[in-house]
Design a binder for this molecule. Structure first.
Ligand code: ADP
Ligand code: TYD
Length: 204
């Protein structure tokens, strides 16, 4: 991954986790909390809302387009480069706090769960900037299945989610991600994330 210049006011935070672990809920709550505290925070997501991200959502996740898993990995990485250039970097330069719902760790965890070589996944993502904070919300798949009313994407079979969680836990162990226990109430999880982020912002 690419390091960002050290002296800058903008901050880049990403929130990771398996499908239904509460990322979207928590990312929005974090943005709201930061705004209340007078920080200029924005929410964004991957796959992005750009042309490639829309294509991924429409065709690969919700549609019937089946492509080899290697091609999927390339599409996610391509969307990421587009997202970074068109939105994330501009927002960081404008001194905002960017809260991103999924990022490069999703590619490592999900595409890695399809037995694609991890070194190669890292290679095709090497232009991705390194986030300041990468938070992983840990929830066992069994709990998530109770929460989810419907399956949203092809990635969401129980078998895949277990493998994906294992990959995330490996990233936690290697200190790439900071883990938050997501098996609590929405407010409790939000408070834990808020504490981590505010502690970081005080130092930053
Ligand atoms: P993700 O973005 O990780 O897929 P969401 O934020 O969309 O997850 O949450 C999935 C579902 O679980 C939603 O219906 C949401 O309201 C619910 N949910 C989120 N966090 C919790 C929680 N801590 N406890 C119970 N339900 C939750
Ligand atoms: P989305 O509806 O955003 O997921 P969520 O249920 O977490 O809100 O769909 C994103 C799906 O795409 C999700 O199943 C994970 C997958 N994905 C990858 O496999 N690799 C990636 O790099 C990214 C960003 C997402």
């Amino acid at each position: 991954m690419r390091e960002m210049p050290r002296k800058r006011k903008g901050v880049f935070i990403c929130i990771e986790g398996i499908d239904g672990s509460g990322k979207t809920t928590q990312a929005h709550l974090l943005v709201e909390t930061l705004k209340i505290k007078a920080y200029d925070a924005i929410y964004t997501t991957e796959p992005s809302n750009g042309i490639l991200g829309q294509m991924i959502r429409r065709n690969m996740l919700q549609g019937s387009l089946r492509v080899p898993t290697i091609v999927e990995a390339v599409f996610f990485a391509a969307d990421r480069v587009d997202h970074i250039e068109k939105e994330i970097e501009l927002s960081i330069k404008a001194e905002k706090i960017v809260v991103c719902d999924r990022y490069v760790y999703s590619s490592i965890a999900y595409q890695g769960a399809s037995n694609i070589n991890l070194g190669w996944i890292e290679q095709i993502n090497r232009y991705a900037i390194k986030p300041d904070l990468a938070i992983y919300i840990d929830v066992p798949p069994e709990i998530v299945f109770k929460r989810m009313k419907r399956r949203k994407s092809v990635m969401e079979t129980p078998h895949i989610q277990k493998k994906v969680r294992r990959n995330y836990l490996k990233l936690v162990k290697e200190k790439h991600l900071e883990m938050v226990d997501g098996n609590h109430s929405i407010n409790q999880v939000a408070k834990t994330i808020e504490n981590i982020v505010l502690r970081f912002l005080e130092k930053h």
